[in-house]
Design a protein around this ligand. Structure first.
Ligand SMILES: CCS(=O)(=O)c1ccc(CC(=O)Nc2nc(-c3ccccc3)c(C(=O)c3ccccc3CC(C)C)s2)cc1
Length: 244
């Protein structure tokens, strides 16, 4: 890759990240002290497990679909086979939503932007999976601690997505080539920002992400056994998005 190609690669990934984030950073910052009232928290806590999971599943689907849109504009992703694109998105899209949480997490009052305001862990009590929520909040704290710029976050998100170690890939070699170009883009951006040391920390974050995501998918499976319809709505849009 000549430098020009690397710059173009980074520019297109950053542009795609910006265009596929439902809120700009400034908008989320402006909302960061808008928290739920006691009554609103009560209303969430009086929802049944099923209602709250359905409520979250809708937001999760929304967040995941924006990540699918992001993936489609990562240079090289569309050249992969349809099966490989789906294999990467099956786990990667959830991981990117988790990575993106550093944009909408307020570490001062430990709240996350959800349903238009910032919510503490108590809002999610009726999900009956406090271990998952605690792990998600912990991960968000860890991501915020890295203080990534939007450009660094964009390249890191692309790297999380284009992972040649994912299971059941048809053409691992081709995915490796796309992964390597994204890695060069991230290395280039970190070097330009004089933050080469971040690369190691980002790889550590990817390891934590893997375990958090399998915990999340385990809960999602547990939930989908109880509510096949809702869980089913989590994925069809994903396939429609990919090949629409
Ligand atoms: C990401 C693009 S953005 O423009 O920054 C943006 C755009 C839109 C929003 C609003 C939003 O969708 N917030 C959500 N919050 C949670 C959540 C819920 C429980 C605890 C912690 C966060 C969502 C979930 O899907 C969810 C549901 C159940 C379990 C775990 C999760 C966390 C996710 C990250 C896997 S979606 C926020 C930010």
């Amino acid at each position: 890759h000549s430098l020009r190609n690397i710059d173009e690669l980074c520019a297109s990934i950053v542009r795609s990240h910006r265009e596929t984030s439902q809120y700009r950073l400034e908008e989320l910052q402006a909302l960061r002290w808008k928290v739920f009232s006691r009554e609103e928290i009560q209303a969430y806590q009086s929802k049944t497990v099923d209602e709250m999971w359905q409520h979250c599943a809708v937001r999760l689907t929304d967040a995941v679909q924006y990540v699918v849109e992001f993936a489609k504009h990562v240079p090289g992703f569309r050249m992969l086979s349809q099966n490989d694109q789906i294999a990467l998105l099956k786990t990667g899209s959830m991981e990117v939503v988790l990575v993106r949480m550093c944009r909408f997490f307020n570490t001062v009052n430990n709240t996350v932007f959800f349903d238009g305001k910032f919510a503490g862990t108590e809002v999610f009590k009726s999900l009956a999976c406090n271990d998952l929520i605690a792990a998600v909040f912990d991960f968000a704290h860890g991501m915020c601690a890295l203080k990534l710029t939007e450009q660094q976050l964009a390249l890191f998100s692309a790297l999380v997505l284009v992972n040649a170690d994912r299971p059941s890939l048809e053409d691992r070699g081709r995915v490796q080539r796309v992964q390597r170009s994204v890695e060069m883009g991230l290395t280039h951006i970190l070097h330009r920002d004089n933050q080469d040391s971040l690369m190691h920390k980002l790889h550590q974050r990817m390891a934590v992400l893997c375990s958090l995501c399998s915990l999340h998918m385990e809960k999602l499976r547990w939930f989908s056994q109880r509510h096949p319809l809702t869980a089913h709505s989590l994925f069809p849009p994903l396939y429609k998005e990919l090949f629409a």
